[in-house]
Write a protein that binds this ligand. Sequence first.
Ligand code: FAD
Ligand code: SF4
Length: 478
Amino acid sequence: MAKSGMLRFVSVDQAYPSKRPAEERRGDFLEIYGDYIAEKAAEQASRCSQCGVPFCQVHCPLHNNIPDWLKLTAEGRLEEAYEVSSATSSMPEICGRICPQDRLCEGNCVIEKGFSSVTIGAVEKFITDTAWKEGWVRPLRPVADRSAQSVGIIGSGPAGLTAAEQLRLKGYEVHVYDRHDRPGGLLMYGIPGFKLEKAVVERRTRRLAEGGVVFHTGFEVGRDATLADLRERHDAVLIATGVYKARDIRGPGAGLAGIVPALEYLIAANRLSLGDAVPEYENGTLNAAGKHVVVLGGGDTAMDCVRTAVRQGAKSVKCLYRRDRENMPGSAREVKNAEEEGVEFVWLTAPEAFHGKGRVEAVQAHRMRLGMADVTGRRVPEPEPESAHQVEADLVIKALGFEPEDLPILFNAPELGVTRWGTVRVDPQTQMTNLEGVFAAGDIVRGASLVVWAIRDAREAAQAMHKYLAAQVAAKAA
Ligand SMILES: Cc1cc2nc3c(=O)[nH]c(=O)nc-3n(C[C@H](O)[C@H](O)[C@H](O)COP(=O)(O)OP(=O)(O)OC[C@H]3O[C@@H](n4cnc5c(N)ncnc54)[C@H](O)[C@@H]3O)c2cc1C
Ligand code: SF4
């Protein structure tokens, strides 16, 4: 089991061994925004016109005070910029790296839309990375002693970590339970290291551990304890388990070797970058090197898979998506990056079968066209007649999205209220589930979403839990 402070970080070449010569690969693995220096950040920040109608702020789920921290950055007042940016966000350097800014803050910048707006995310990353370097990120110190009450948080993704920070700050005893061997959720094991370096996540969790948050890793609720056990142990519980049931594909040949789920593939790549031994990578099962790779799906997970496969030295990488570019759920910037890296997008194409003798050798696909809109307003893809064709593949990665696991069954808590989609039902005013003292936040409430929304929801849930816990104390005292 990995403990905070014991993680090992290896070079990109170790993380993604490739047969391509090093000179050719140079630059492949640099973080997409590169590293800003103070002058570059100030230059970008000074492009903000302080327009007075901060659409960027409105469209940031955390309503970060972007115009103010851009102004302070432009004036070289970085510590103050950091104070403003961290007032509303629990991990600004992480959001700065991986928010789909083209759909959020930057996409609503009035200077210019698209790829020429003020690079808000990159400046946010720069400010907070500088704060860490300069020691402006202060240790977590509770503002009061409320340790007579304890909180149990199930899940250590961005929602769990955010709630842990907020509740520990208020002085509660905080315990975080996670079935993985390291905290971080999808920050650690889903999102690839070339977008979000693992040391950046580990730095956050280490600050929490040093501030008194107790992490119980390798602890699966449902296996190691029931929800009832945790309710017994703690005064309040937060469910922040994310969504992990991968949508699957059926059809002839779907069981062939070489057809793998996206998260297994990404976890293996992330473990490798953390220096773990990964037998499935070593034996080729989850390794794209020298292979014709086909990724099925059009969301952010698919983008991470295609870009990881390129970095592993795949012979070719194709992304099959049943709608067109305009209707793709993945970030436009990611698609552009992937294309620049050599990924071929095969739009309006859906798989129907897989061919091969024991191992996959080709995907049988047919072309699609967009028909009438459904109730959600999206045009429904339908097959073009007589358009079946084969796409060569010796590794197929299924990135078709995620749904919630069956928590009432898993947690041995059939009374836990869930929606028809399996997400946990909460009262929007109190963030509480139908069970007294049990709250929920993040993807398990919202469905597969974004890190920044998980942070926002968890900050609200932590506030609601604080209110609930304070009311318990007041009731006892009365
Ligand atoms: C491959 C991939 C790439 C993504 N890329 C981006 C991106 O670039 N930008 C972005 O904003 N969003 C991205 N997302 C979405 C984002 O990661 C999620 O919206 C976010 O992590 C949700 O946070 P969470 O805390 O609710 O859940 P998670 O991050 O999923 O964390 C949940 C945690 O709960 C633990 N857990 C689950 N069940 C149990 C149990 N029974 N007992 C104990 N522990 C349990 C899990 O091990 C996990 O650590 C991506 C998602 C994926 C899958
Ligand atoms: S949190 Fe995300 S949406 Fe908000 S300012 Fe930062 S990058 Fe933009």
